[in-house]
Design a protein around this ligand. Structure first.
Ligand code: PGA
Length: 232
């Protein structure tokens, strides 16, 4: 069983989501399929597909104009939420501490957080990948919980069409599995960044890769469904 999570980012319409779910909900698969959509499209999923959000506030309620809480996405039908995506870390200065608070807020309302970690190209070139990832995992995962998913997304691979080699992915995923083992909180580890229907099966065959987080290739059924069907 693999986890195939789509991240629609700031794309799509409710009509497009209806069309996607019309197809995805018919699929017979043992894999867990999650579609993380913009807030305005949140709705209950179906047996085959869970719906998730792409961010939440770390606060439970109150004077936070424009923010959306974990309770609100739960009320709308979401079961998952992406937290700490590199686009939010980069554009809104979200730190590991903020990401951990958001993940904790999700868990409190029964929402499973997909906690993203990943190094920049500069950090990779400086040989700091393992150190950055270790700090991000240790600081972004809330204490005393096993209800979460990690997504390793090298920032230089997101939306660029460039993916790391299988060895690079194996190496980092093993590192994350070891850190989670040391923390006593084993959790599924997804790979994200440049995943498409041509490379997804090979990526998911790599040791300690429990699934994928898919951006661009999750927007169209013809791109996304083969990724789900190709996962063993
Ligand atoms: P991509 O994005 O698949 O388009 O590279 C992945 C992500 O940002 O989650």
């Amino acid at each position: 069983m693999k986890i195939i999570a789509g991240n629609w980012k700031m794309n799509g319409t409710r009509v497009a989501l209806d069309a996607m779910l019309g197809k995805l909900c018919e699929i017979k698969t043992d894999n867990r399929v999650i579609l993380c959509v913009p807030f305005t499209m949140l709705r209950p999923g179906c047996d085959a597909v869970a719906i998730g959000a792409q961010d939440i506030s770390q606060h439970p309620a109150g004077a936070h104009t424009g923010d959306i809480s974990a309770a609100m996405i739960s009320d709308a039908g979401a079961k998952y939420v992406i937290v700490g995506h590199s686009e939010r870390r980069a554009a809104y200065g979200e730190t590991n501490d903020i990401v951990r608070a958001k993940a904790a807020a999700a868990i409190e309302f029964g929402i499973t957080p997909i906690i993203c970690v990943g190094e920049t190209a500069a950090e990779r070139d400086a040989g700091k990948t393992m150190e950055i990832i270790e700090r991000a995992v240790r600081e972004s995962v809330p204490k005393n919980t096993k209800q979460f998913i990690i997504a390793y997304e090298p920032r230089w691979a997101i939306g660029t069409g460039i993916t790391p080699t299988a060895n690079e992915i194996r190496h980092v995923h093993k590192h994350i599995a070891n850190i989670l083992g040391d923390m006593g909180v084993p959790a599924p580890i997804l790979y994200g960044g440049g995943v498409n229907s041509k490379n997804s099966t090979d990526i998911m065959d790599i040791e300690n890769v429990d699934g994928v987080l898919v951006g661009g290739a999750s927007l169209k059924p013809d791109d996304f469904i083969p990724i789900i069907m190709g996962a063993k």
